[in-house]
Every structure is written in C-alpha cells, then in structure tokens.
Write a protein that binds this ligand. Structure first.
Ligand code: NAG
Ligand code: NAG
Ligand code: NAG
Ligand code: NAG
Ligand code: NAG
Ligand code: NAG
Length: 726
C-alpha cells in the first residue's frame, strides 16, 4: 500500500489502513518520514511555538519537504517549521512516504500533562505536569487510570518504565496559587500517550512455500524497527506446533532446514524479540505442507554390469528411482522365488548383495520402489551365472578289447560341470585331432577309423571361455593284424643236402609284435617261436636223411592266425656227416629208453583220441618228414637268438620218446640236470604209419606261449617246445 495521495478522503483511508495492516513495510517501498518535535512534547500552551523537523533516516539528502496541517498543504518546503496551531501534522520528503500524523496541541488550559513524542513501547519516558504559571503551581500529583502513581507527589516530572500500548489514561493535579494567599487544585485534561509499536509482528515466509520431501526450506522472520530504534537488538525464534526449531533463538532472521520430510509438515510461526525491551511478537501461523513426490522410473541394475557373473562372484542388485521423495521402500524379487529382501531408506537408490552366486542364482530379477503411493516396478533384468568347466573325462570306446587297425573308435570327452557352450578339443600326442562344441553342455564324441599311426596317448580339453581344463591321458595301442607269413627254407632247397642243418624261416611282413609263429609239417606242429618285436622267426632242423613233405607256418599276434602257403620240400640224398650224428645220441637214447616205452603206449592212446579233439600233451612221432629211420634235430630260434642255439646235440638212430606228462610250463633247467632229453612227442612227431621208422624231433623248450589262435590242433600241441640238450 502506498499512501502518497494527498486527497482528504484518501488520506484518512490510508491512515486507517496503515493502522489495520501491520507488516505494511516492504523493501522497495520508500521509508516513512518521521516528525521530530522541539521541545519534544506533543502538548504546549497556546502562544508557545513548537519546531517540527521532517526526517528521513534512510536518505539524508532530502530536497524539498512537503508539509500538511490537517488537510491543508502548507506552502513551506523547508525541513523545519515553527508551528503554533493545534492539529495533525504530516510531512514527506522526496524520497520518503508520508510520516505518521503527529498531533500537536496548543492548549489554553492552566495545567497540561506533557508526554514526549515519539514514544515506543518499552520506552522509559517522563511525564511532565506543567502549569501555565509554573511559579504558582505546586503539589503536582500524577494519576494513571485514576490512580495516584507512586512517588509522584510534588515532582515536576514522573518516570514511566517500559510503557506499553495499553490505552492508559494519565492526568495530573496541581495547586495553583492565586491572589497570593489562596490556592486551588486544578486537574489536567486526560492524556492518552501515543505509544507506537517498537516493531510490527514479524511475518514468517517459507521459501519454497511448498517444500518437497528431501528438499530444503528457508524460513525468514521479518519485521522492521523504526529508524530511531534501528540499533535495538532483535532475536528470532522459529516454532513448529509449539516446538522450537533449530538450536533456539538467534540474531539471524533466517533458519535453514536442509531436508524436509513429510513429518515436518505443520503449523509454523516465528517470534521476534527485543530482549532489552522485553517485547516479543509472534508472527501469524502458516501451514507448511511438505510435498511428497511419488516414485517414478524405477531401474534395476547389477554390479557387475550386464548381469553376467562367474560362479562365486558377488552380485549387487541396485534399485534406483529417478524421482520420489521421503522414505522409499525398495524390494527385490526373483522370478519364481520369494522376495529377496527389502530396505526402507531416505535415498533414491538401495543395494542388495547376493554373495558368492551359485548356478541357481541365475534368472530374471526385478525390483520395486514405494513411498506410500503404491509400488512401482522396474523392468526385468536377466542374470546369468556361468561356471568354469571341471576336468573332463576322456573315454575311449572300441568295438573290441584290442584296438585293431580299421576299427572305428569313439573318443568321448565330457566335463561334468561347466556352463555351456563348451568347446572340446581332442589331442593325440598333444596334436589337435579335432574339436567339437557342445552348445548345451554335456560331452561330445569324436569318431575315427584306426590306422597304424593312431597308437599313443589321447587326451581332451574342455573350455567354455572361463578357463581350459585338460583330461587325463588315455593310451591306446593299435594292433595291426599279421599278414600272410612266407615260409622259406634257409639255405634254399637247391643248396641243401641231407646232413645239413636247415632253418625253416617264417616271416609276416606286417603285424604288430609280438608275433607268435608256428611251424607245421603237414598238420603236425613242429614248434613255435615268438618274435617279441616283430620280424620273422626260424625253426632249425637237422636233416639226417631227407626233407620230404608239405611244410607250412602261421603267424599270430592275437588277432587270428594267418597261414603261409604250403611249401612242398623234396630233399633227398646222402648225408654228409653221418658218424658225428650217431655218436651223439646214444647216451640220450639209453637213458630215455624206459620213458619211451611208457610214452609209446600213452602216445598211441592219445593219438587214437586225437581226432575227437580231447586230449593234449602227447602225440606220436611223425614219420612223414623222414622216410628213413633217421634223426632229425630241430630247434626253434628267433633270428636274433640263432647264435645261442648253435650248440646242437646229435641224436641216435634209435628213436627215443620221452613223454612229458606235465603241462607246457616245463622248466628247461630240469631237463639239463637229468642229463637226458625230454621231448615233447606230441609237438614234434608221430609214429610213422608205414614201415619207416619214426622220426624224432627233439627240441629244447625255449619259451612257453599261450597259443590260442593256431590251427585246430593247437590245443594238443600247446604243451611246449623242446630241444634236446647234450
Ligand atoms: C509466541 O509463541 C511462543 C511459543 O509458542 C509463546 O511461548 C509465546 O507466549 C507467544 N507470544 C505471544 C505474544 O503470543
Ligand atoms: C575347430 O575345428 C575347425 C575345423 O574342424 C577349425 O576351423 C576351427 O578353427 C577349430 N577351432 C578351434 C578353436 O580349434
Ligand atoms: C560316434 O559313434 C557313435 C557310435 O559308435 C555314435 O553314437 C556317435 O553319434 C558318433 N559320433 C559322431 C560325432 O559321429
Ligand atoms: C603316454 O603317457 C605316458 C605317461 O602317461 C608316458 O609314459 C608315455 O611315454 C606316453 N606315450 C607316448 C607315446 O607319448
Ligand atoms: C602235399 O600237398 C599236396 C597238395 O596240397 C598234395 O597233393 C601232396 O600229396 C602232399 N604231400 C604229402 C607228402 O603229403
Ligand atoms: C622226390 O624226388 C625223387 C627224385 O628226385 C622222386 O623220385 C620222388 O618221387 C620225389 N618224392 C616226392 C614226394 O615228390
């Protein structure tokens, strides 16, 4: 409101409004001018003059001053005017608004009670009782609301402490002397002291006026002291619903509340207090309603970002809201399970940790946030948990117990644990053979057809990107079946004569060692020989008379025997060295004679059963290889061992059979100790069925082999191989 219009009606209206509207002061509005009186009393006797001074405390450079006396504009522009007329005075400078009207009274009474001007509440003032003829005035007594004031008897003035705007009426009485002898008591007019407010009740403002939760608010308690009292110390206190805020009252007219919550809503007011004057005034109450913003834009994020974890890592689920005030309740949920947890806090985000994730923690998650307007749900996010592969297990599947060239084998590699996809690689002797991926886990197979080169160690590794794991080694020995052996006579038949020592040599060019060779005359097993590291083997024969008949051999390395072609030999002629042969065998023959007699019986018995395939261990001396009663000396040697076997014993003419009833595991040394030859008749000979003397083939037992894959007579011949010892 701006009361600068000089019109009568408007001016009264303005005065009225100024009184009714406390807190009219606003910054930017020109300050009010103030009228000072000299002498400082608002009442005087007629005939006296009072000097009025128009003051603008805020703007000393004033320029022209405008004065009103009542409704009349005075034609004076100076700051000071001397007045003698009663009435309301008002002034205004260029930069100020009109002053409050000041009533100055010029009284024609004999006694006046003077109060100073201006008077503010809380002031200590003096009231002065004055007679027109002061010298004839005595016995002054002061009254307030009709009651005599204490200590106010016969004093020129009385002091009132801390006056208030209580509309009290004061008056004084005094004795006035007249005619020098008489006196009479007269009473002044009642006086209402114009006590001005020291300051208007403060105005509380909140910025912002409608604060939001979590936000700050600034409370300001504003009032204004009159220019004359600008040095009065004020302090300010702020209240909400009867409770003092902050750390109590202070000289600051501002109170900052950094964060407002919903519970901080309520009725606020402030108090301004002039301590020295014991005057305090409260503002009117203002309702502050703290606004709550509903949560919005709820987002669930993970740490590590993207939700891809390796088993054992920690998962942090971060639920955040873009907006939302107050205490927010966050909750976390996983698809298909109960709630994972909830937190209520004053923040825009909250975290939930899932320590050391397991595979089953993978899945879809969401979170929700709620600040009492109903939960808002985030989008789903997917969390994947991958586990590293375990050591894979390599298994090798072959169609039979032994791995044979040409077989299809299957390598199977499987890691029992580990997230798919898993890439498997197969190694043969640390060289990659191939790879295969298991897109959804499990194992994979790698099939291949065996070749000779496939012997060795196999392994595999598994990798799903989280580290590679290697299997143990599986070793495989690929066996090559023997090829058809070739039987040769050494030296060749053309260079051989009766009486020579010849060798039947059997050799299979292909086939994994060890190879067992068996030598046959017709279908009689002469003996067998092992080639532990491959190659061929020989069977030595001493040729006392002749070598006539069909010979053959077979080779076997456990995958089935292969037979050589049948070689027909026809070597006849005169022995080269007969005498030496004869001398050698006699002792052996004699010592063996008894055994032969027994053996002959047994052999015959067994021979008769032979076709039915029942018994083993014995046979009759063969006649087919020798046309004449003759000695045949045989030995089985490997090519490598041939030198060892050079020491040959000579056989006597008389055929001697020594049947060995034992199993094939005959110990060679026993034969020597006996100083006679043990012979395995079944292996080496059978009775010649014609008129010819049986041929005896003596052989020294070289080794014992289990020979399970020879021709049909094998089981009978398996008792061993014998070689006579000198
Ligand atoms: C101002 O408010 C305070 C606190 O409520 C109270 O104690 C005091 O009496 C009030 N003062 C006035 C003048 O109303
Ligand atoms: C897997 O084998 C294929 C061919 O069979 C090859 O191209 C690829 O590079 C191999 N991958 C690995 C990882 O060895
Ligand atoms: C390998 O052979 C097995 C049968 O022996 C078969 O079940 C498997 O599917 C084969 N795997 C591949 C990769 O050919
Ligand atoms: C196969 O592995 C074994 C040890 O596991 C090793 O002694 C052998 O020499 C390996 N064979 C080959 C052919 O590398
Ligand atoms: C040798 O074998 C052939 C044919 O296989 C046969 O004709 C011949 O009679 C046999 N010889 C002897 C002595 O058995
Ligand atoms: C062996 O050769 C002789 C003559 O060299 C011959 O008379 C005899 O019939 C032959 N024997 C066989 C079984 O062929």
């Amino acid at each position: 409101m701006h009361c600068s219009h000089p019109g009568w009606v408007l001016m009264f209206l303005c005065l009225l409004l100024l009184i009714l509207a406390p807190g009219h002061e606003h910054s930017g509005v020109p300050s009010k001018a103030v009228i000072l009186l000299d002498p400082p009393w608002s009442a005087a006797f007629k005939g006296e003059t009072v000097t009025l001074t128009c003051m603008n405390f805020h703007s000393p450079a004033q320029g022209d001053t405008t004065w009103y006396h009542g409704k009349d504009l005075l034609k004076v522009t100076s700051r000071n005017i001397r007045m003698e007329e009663s009435g309301y005075y008002q002034c205004k400078t260029q930069r100020s608004s009109f002053s409050d009207p000041v009533l100055v009274e010029f009284s024609s009474d004999q006694l006046i009670l003077q109060a100073p001007h201006p008077v503010f509440e809380g002031d200590t003032i003096s009231l002065k009782c004055r007679g027109k003829e002061e010298k004839k005035t005595s016995d002054k007594i002061y009254y307030k609301n009709g009651k005599k004031l204490k200590n106010s008897y016969n004093t020129d003035s009385v002091t009132l402490k801390s006056v208030s705007r209580d509309n009290s009426e004061y008056h004084c009485t005094a004795s006035i002397e007249f005619l020098s002898i008489f006196s009479r008591t007269i009473t002044s007019k009642p006086l209402k002291i114009q006590v001005q407010e020291l300051f208007l009740p403060p105005v509380l403002t909140a910025t912002p006026s409608q604060p939001t939760e979590g936000g700050p608010v600034t409370l300001t308690c504003e009032t204004q002291l009159p220019p004359q009292k600008s040095n009065v110390q004020l302090q300010f206190c702020f209240f909400r619903d009867g409770q003092i805020l902050g750390s109590g009252c202070s000289s600051s007219l501002e109170l900052q509340i950094p964060t407002m919550w919903r519970k901080d809503s309520g009725s606020y007011w402030c108090m301004a207090e002039a301590m020295a004057y014991r005057i305090s005034k409260n503002s009117s109450r203002s309702q502050i309603h703290v606004q709550r913003i509903p949560v919005s834009e709820v987002i669930l994020e993970t740490k590590p970002p993207g939700g891809q974890l390796i088993e054992g890592e920690n998962l942090v689920l971060i639920c955040s809201v873009a907006k939302g005030t107050g205490t927010i309740t966050f909750s976390w949920h996983k698809e298909g399970t109960r709630n994972l947890g909830r937190k209520t806090q004053h923040s825009l985000l909250a975290e939930l940790q899932i320590p050391t994730v397991k595979m089953h923690d993978a899945g879809r998650y969401y979170c929700a946030a709620d600040n009492n307007y109903g939960p808002i749900i985030s989008k789903w996010i997917r969390v994947t948990v991958r586990s590293p592969v375990s050591h894979p297990v390599l298994t090798l599947k072959a169609p039979r117990a032994q791995a044979v060239v040409g077989d299809m084998v299957e390598l199977h590699c499987k890691a029992l644990r580990g997230s798919p996809p898993i890439l498997y690689r197969f190694y043969h002797e640390d060289v990659i053979m191939g790879n295969s991926s298991a897109p959804s886990g499990g194992g994979v197979s790698f099939n291949f057809s065996l070749t000779v080169d496939h012997s060795g160690n196999y392994s595999c590794d598994a990798n799903n990107g989280l580290g590679s794991q290697h299997s143990h080694r599986v070793s495989l020995k690929v066996i090559v079946p023997v090829s058809h052996p070739v039987l040769t006579l050494r030296p060749p038949a053309a260079q051989t004569k009766v009486g020579d020592v010849v060798e039947l040599h059997c050799e299979a060019l292909g086939g994994s060692p060890p190879i067992m060779y068996q030598f046959y005359h017709e279908d009689i097993t002469l003996g067998n020989s092992l080639a532990p590291s491959g190659g061929g083997a020989s069977f030595k024969l001493f040729l006392p008379t002749e070598l006539v008949g069909n010979y053959s051999c077979d080779a076997d390395n456990g995958l089935g025997a292969q037979h050589s072609e049948v070689m027909a030999f026809n070597i006849t002629g005169t022995p080269r060295n007969r005498t030496t042969l004869v001398t050698a065998g006699i002792t052996v023959g004699l010592l063996s004679f008894l055994g032969f007699a027994i053996a002959a019986l047994l052999l015959y018995h067994f021979w008769t059963q032979r076709k039915s395939g029942g018994l083993s261990a014995a046979g009759t001396p063969s006649a087919n290889d020798c046309q004449e009663p003759s000695l045949s000396r045989s030995c089985i040697t490997n090519p490598q061992e041939s030198s060892h076997s050079e020491t040959l014993a000579l056989m006597e003419l008389q055929p001697v059979y020594n049947v060995n009833p034992e199993e094939s595991h005959v110990v060679y040394s026993q034969i020597r100790n006996m100083r006679h030859t043990k012979e395995n008749s079944a292996n080496s000979a059978r009775m010649h069925q014609k008129d010819k003397e049986p041929v005896v083939i003596y052989s020294e037992l070289k080794k014992v082999y289990v020979n399970d894959s020879s021709r049909g007579t094998d089981h009978e011949d398996a008792t061993g191989n014998y070689e006579n010892v000198p």
